[in-house]
Design a binder for this molecule. Structure first.
Ligand code: ATP
Ligand code: MG
Length: 557
């Protein structure tokens, strides 16, 4: 086997070598429409669609809509939008509910063959009868009903003659199996509930284990890829397929994605939304595809991430910084550079002529010459980051302090002469002089000026709102809450900070979701909450490390 294949590719290549299924690869992505897709789903999407693409196969999008109580069309629509945005096209859009009639007929077939029965144990009774992995289950008193009686009761279950919870249809398999899933698993339950597609047609609904494998089979799925917790379900998956003598897909399990500082269960994400800890499923702090999109992550970055983490057979925890790395990696190549000052302090260049405006050339993207240059305008009064000035700088501080010289990006070398403070000791103005011979930021006599800082001119700067995000949770694994606590106790109280920034006028024409690098401050995009009066930018991700970047920038000059 080639060393570069993951274990699923190895299985597929072996199948193809043996001519299994005529060498075809047909996968599916089977979301339950009970929430928005998250980054874990993205891993599964990239895997299923990626494998099909690699082996010239196809992928179905199948909504696993067997639980009407939690499902909704809002989720169906968002799931489709997110998959397309990630860059994938499904072959067919299908619904497990399309197969309800076929699944019902197959259940009748199993009843006729003595392989299924209608049980009347209540849920509590059934769990008492279930036994433990080492003790066999106690047979239900209804286990050996005559076939006719089962057929009659099952038909009446469908007709709505019985209330919720009063009966189930169970497969008759093996009450002594050490695999609890084989101890007469439930196939159907009664649920008098409106379904988002089938309406009131059904009041019995198939369980996941009964619906999933048969849906795979109907669609001729060759490789049914799912997460590890379904490994113990595999014997049951195969049992139904064999009992029904239908096309046999192969179930393959891989490790689900766990990300540090993140919760991913849809139940918990729903709780964050419903209890308003976040503004919605697409809140930029959410690990949902729609949240990441709004935050400014790109499909390329998410696909790169999926590729980097690969597929494993054991559960593990991936550091969220890897995802952030992928985002930077992609945005670095494509993002338009601009200058914006997030925490502004005014600088006055005392020897710069009043009213003079200098036109300067700024590079749009040093990674991509084709993106060209733009004009920025310089004047006597500018803003710089408050953090780029220090009164008592440590050694190796190359930014501004009284007496120090620094390069203003694309503009001039300036030397700080004094600062003005208010009564509270807060700096209100920094005064500098500039070297007129240093236009463009060049040192006219070869003298070393290490630090380069960004700025915006006061005469044309626009005010924009900037949302600075931090991780939503303060601990690497919020799912493992201490006793008496829940994941909510680990929410980061400062996961969102909003500031008003001074930005280059270039940003006035930003389009929704367009990406920018605010030089030295990170990657940002325009949030859809913006309007003409108020532009709002999300910080997608910070640059690697402000200090490292600082040094790198000075070396560039
Ligand atoms: P959750 O537990 O978050 O509610 P789920 O597994 O119930 O998720 P589904 O909509 O049933 O969500 O999942 C659709 C597909 O996505 C399944 O094949 C599932 O295995 C896969 N999937 C879900 N979560 C992850 C994850 N964290 N990593 C990888 N794949 C995942
Ligand atoms: Mg599920």
């Amino acid at each position: 086997m080639s060393g570069n294949l993951n274990f699923i590719e190895e299985i597929i290549e072996k199948d193809r070598a043996e001519g299994k299924n005529g060498g075809e690869v047909y996968t599916r992505f089977p979301p339950e429409p009970n929430g928005y897709l998250h980054i874990g789903h993205a891993k599964s999407i990239c895997l299923n669609f990626g494998l099909a693409k690699k082996y010239n196969g196809k992928t179905n999008l199948r909504f696993d809509d067997t639980n009407p109580t939690k499902e909704d069309v809002e989720y169906v629509d968002s799931i489709k939008e997110d998959i397309k945005w990630l860059g994938f096209n499904w072959d067919r859009e299908l619904y497990a509910s399309d197969y309800f009639e076929q699944l019902y007929d197959w259940a009748v077939q199993l009843i006729k063959e003595g392989k299924a029965y209608v049980d009347e144990l209540s849920q509590e009774e059934a769990s008492k009868y279930r036994g433990t992995p080492t003790e066999p289950a106690t047979p239900s008193p209804y286990r050996n009903r005559p076939v006719q009686e089962n057929l009659d009761l099952f038909a009446r279950m469908r007709n709505g003659e019985f209330p919720n919870g009063s009966m189930t249809l169970r497969a008759k398999i093996d009450l002594a199996s050490p695999n609890m899933h084989l101890r007469d698993p439930i196939m159907y339950r009664i649920l008098h509930e409106n379904h988002h597609r089938t309406g009131d047609k059904w009041c019995i609904y198939p369980m996941y284990d009964y619906a999933h494998g048969q849906s795979d089979s109907i669609e001729n799925i060759t490789h049914s890829i799912c997460t590890l917790e379904f490994e113990v379900h595999r014997p049951l998956y195969n049992w139904f397929i064999e009992a029904l003598k239908i096309f046999a897909p192969q179930q393959i399990e891989f490790a689900r994605l766990n990300l540090s500082y993140t919760v991913m269960s849809k139940r918990k994400l729903l709780q964050l939304v419903q209890e308003k800890y976040v503004t919605g499923w697409d809140d930029p702090r959410m690990p949902t595809i729609s949240g990441y999109r709004r935050r400014g992550y790109t499909p390329e970055a998410i696909r790169l991430f999926a590729e980097k983490i690969g597929v494993a057979k054991r559960d593990n925890m991936i550091d969220v910084s890897l995802l952030e790395w992928c985002v930077r990696e992609d945005l670095n190549k494509s993002a338009q550079r601009v200058m914006a000052v997030l925490n502004p302090v005014k600088v006055i260049i005392d020897n710069y002529p009043d009213g003079q405006i200098d036109e300067l050339d700024a590079v749009n993207n040093p990674e991509d010459e084709a993106m060209g240059t733009r004009k920025v305008y310089f004047s006597k009064e500018i803003y710089i980051e408050r953090d780029d000035f220090m009164e008592n700088p440590p050694k190796k501080y190359f930014r501004l302090s009284v007496g120090a010289e620094v390069r203003l990006r694309y503009a001039y070398l300036v030397t700080c002469t004094s600062v003005i403070k208010d009564d509270n000791g807060h700096i209100t103005e920094i005064h500098c002089t500039y070297d007129p011979a240093s236009k463009g930021g060049n040192s006219p006599d070869g003298r070393k000026v290490k630090g380069t800082i960004h700025w915006v001119s006061a005469h044309d700067a626009i005010d924009v709102q900037v949302r600075l995000f931090d991780r939503l949770f303060t601990v690497p694994n919020p799912d493992e809450a201490e006793e008496g606590k829940t994941f909510l106790d680990y929410l980061n109280p400062s996961s969102l900070k909003t500031v008003t920034a001074k930005a280059e006028p270039f940003l006035a024409n930003a389009k929704q979701l367009e990406h920018f690098q605010f030089e030295r401050m990170g990657y940002f995009n325009l949030d859809p909450d913006s309007d003409r009066e108020q532009l709002i930018f999300n910080r997608t991700v910070t640059l690697k490390d402000t200090w490292a970047k600082q040094v790198a920038m000075s070396e560039n000059n």
